[in-house]
Structures are given as structure tokens and as C-alpha cells.
Write a protein that binds this ligand. Sequence first.
Ligand code: BES
Ligand code: MN
Ligand code: ZN
Length: 509
Amino acid sequence: MQITFAESTLPKEGAIVVGVLEGRVLTPTASTIDTRTNGALTRAIAASHFDGQKEQSLILLAPSGLSLTRIVLVGLGKAAELDALALEMFGGLAMSHLLAAHDTMAAVMVDAIADAPLPLATMAAHITCGARLRTYRFDKYKTRKTDKEKHSLQELQIRTTDFSAACKAFDPLNKIIDAVFLARTLSSEPANVIYPESFSNEVCHLKKLGLSVDVFDEHKMRQLGMNALLAVGQGSARKSLLIVLRWLGATDREARPIALVGKGVTFDSGGISIKPSASMGDMKWDMAGAAVVVGVMQSIAARETPINVIGVVGMVENMPSGTAQRPGDIVTSASGQTIEVLNTDAEGRLVLADALWYVQEHHHPVLIVDIATLTGAIVTALGAHYAGLFANDDVLADKLRAAGEAVGERLWRLPLGDSYDRQIESDAADMKNTGDREAGAITAAQFLQRFVSHSVPWAHLDIAGVTWSKQDTVTVPKGATAFGVRLLERFIAEHCNAQEVSRPKERDV
Ligand code: BES
Ligand code: MN
Ligand code: ZN
């Protein structure tokens, strides 16, 4: 589907979307149409529960006096509350109706609204963003689609007065959406298609954006002492890999980078501690953290963000076999700390332990954020509404939380502490890889913290509950959500802004 920007005149064909503010207040285009149709809009609204609130909509078919197929009225809520997120919801809701209809052409009319906080072009850009986010689908393996399953919409026009400014404002958002879609696709692909090597082939395509991509094979990882990561992959016929992506966008190419670390378990059967079969298929998306890191790297490169960022993803397949690790095995991680592997299904932390250690030792980051589908316990605690946030630094935690709120990817912080850390003490090694059932998400984070230096701000995002959705939401169709791409992109952009603000001051002194 094509998304285009055009002048604010009424189109002659197809469907159109117009906004209505809370309290049944028609936007300028809505009232023009109302006049042209002898009050059809006012009458339809009066006969319905629709009163312009957010997430409300009302559809009018084949209005007389106009050659349009349908008019989709979408609630804008209160003008003063029309922030980026509200506008994305508007766009996403509009798109959900357009996709359900049969039109090939549709237009969203974006009018200036008194008291709205954002400039018109920015408003149009966010509406477009919400609309495009909703169009994602992973259907490449469906060879026989019913008419209902096919999208008939070919073109969406965003009609607004300064449409070239709107188009320009949409460009950076469009690049973030490309990254979201990449992460959604990587997560959706089954494990016979996406395994460490094929994943790394996809990542290598990003070199054309100016990213450097290094792929470490098992031999190289053994040299680096990454026995914890390697132990997870040793039962699989697929070779494990560590992928290091680098974006050097800062004027000082030597400046210490921000580090992102992702869990890339391309399939998690549980290993010898095998999972029950019921929803084992879900574990094809146990590499979503890695997919998010790759998505963020793509978007910051595409946007030429002026900062240095390093992304590290540990890619392994966790399988039971004659060569698989056994419960009770003790491995020596790259950090030198030994781990008693009591449950081979607690594998993500083993992968992250070595990846976290590697990035600190070799790249000296200013801060580290890791992202992983780490525990079922976080799903029990927070469900699909928040991802778990753990951090050794309050400032970092607050910044991540704020970035998440701004883009609609919400985080809830959970505690860390010595009493939890004691739960992973082992009789035989420096630590064991599982605590008891209590506080499972926290003990997993506690495990990771043992591989992070006290002096570096670090945060861990447990996305196990939010990375796959069972139902459509306004801007996220069901399936892979790519939760984290927008949040981390936003966090990094804000970090850059803060640096720019502080730089002139440094020069003064
Ligand atoms: N990948 C899973 C966590 C997971 C569970 C993600 C459900 C998404 C949905 C992880 O590797 C795992 O198996 N964790 C175990 C840890 C336990 C053995 C300590 C868990 O949470 O059950
Ligand atoms: Mn597991
Ligand atoms: Zn896992």
C-alpha cells in the first residue's frame, strides 16, 4: 500500500476519514461535508453513541450529494490532549476501518485544530505513523487468501494544507516504522527459517546503511571464553553466533557508546529440561530481544543519529540432544564466574551473561540496556500491559520509563536486592541459573546483574509478556509487536538531545 501526501481539497472517490472532537465538535472538513450532505453527519452522530471521544468511530455509507463510498468519522478526544500518541491512535483506528472495507482509495483529512499542542505538519505525520503501523501483517506463507484476508486498499492519501511539510515530518517516523516492521518480521518467522545463521544474513543487509556488522562464530566465542552462551547452543544442529553491530554517528568516533544487548534464542525447546508441548511453538519468538536490537540499530543508522551505539545479540538454538547440556552441568562464563545449570530452560540468562560481559570488556559503554523474553514469571506479574524494568541506576530507569510512556510501550520497574540475589547461590558453583519459583523475574535479573560492573548504568527489560499479542490493538496488529524498538529509539534520540544541550556549556568553561 502506498501512502501519499496531497492538498487539503476533498477527494472525488473512495473513502474519507474525518476527525470529530469530543462533544460532537466537527473539524472544518467534517463541517464542510455536513453542509454538502444537508446535515447527514450531524444527524448520524445524533442518532448514535458517537460523541468524538478517543477510540470512537462512526461510519456513514454512500452519502448522498458526494461521490465518496464512505465517510469514517473518528474521535479525536479533547483538542488540548492531542499529543503524538493520541494522533497515532486516531490514525491506527482510521486504518483499521479502511482495511476492513473494500475501497482501493482512501484519504485522511487533517485539519488545523484550535488549541491542539502540535503543529499541523507534525499532527499529520503522527496520524500517518499510526495508520501505517496498523497495516503490518505477516502473511507471506498464506498461499490461499480469502477476499476478506486480502487488503484491497492501494493508496492512502494524507490531505492537509502544507502537505510537503507533513511529508517531511513523516520521514523520520517512517524509518522507525520500517525498523518496527523488520523486528516484527524477524520475530514472526518460524525457527526453521530464522536460526542464528539466517538471522545474521538478514543483519548483514544493514551494512548498506553504514553499520558495521561483525559475526563471531563458535571458534571465536570459545577463544573469548563464552562457555555459558556456547553451552546453550551445544545441543543444536545450528551453530551459535554472536553478532556485533556498530553505529559510529558521533563526531568523536572514539566516544564511548550506548550498548544494547539482545537475547536471540531462535527456538527455545527448553533443552533437556524440555518444555510442555502445548505452546512450545511460541518459542520461535524467543529471539525478539535480538530482533528489537537489530531494529533499533537499523533505525538509528537510517536516521543518521549523531551518537555511537553498539548492539550485541547472542544467537543460539536451545535443543535437547545427545550433545545438549545436562541439568547439573557447571560452566565457566566469559567473566570467569562459574554457573551451575540446574534447569536448561533458564537459558536466556546464560546467553546474556556472556554478551553483557563481552560488551563491557571490549567496548566500554556509557550505559547498557538489555532486552529479552526472559521469564514466564514476568508474564504472570505484569501480563501484556507492561514490560518488566530492572536497573542499577534510577536516572536510567526513569529515562527509559519516560521514553516508553511517550511511545506507548510501558515499563514497570521491579526491585533488585541482596535478598533476591541470595536465591541464586549454588552449593557447587558461584551461582545457579535458577532460583526457586518465587520472584522468578527478579532472580533472573539478579543473575544478569552479576555480569554487569557496578560502575556502569545498566537496565534490563523483560519483554516476555508484551512481545507477542493475542489480539489487535489500535496501532499493533496481533502477533509480533516489536515492543522496545520505538522505546529504545526514543530513549537514544532523547539522550542525543540532552548531549547537544550540554555541549555548549562544556565549551564555555
Ligand atoms: N523463553 C523463556 C521465557 C518465556 C516464557 C518467554 C513464556 C515467553 C513466554 C525462558 O527461556 C524460560 O524458559 N524461562 C523459564 C525460567 C525457569 C526455568 C527458571 C521460565 O520462565 O519458566
Ligand atoms: Mn527457556
Ligand atoms: Zn528462552
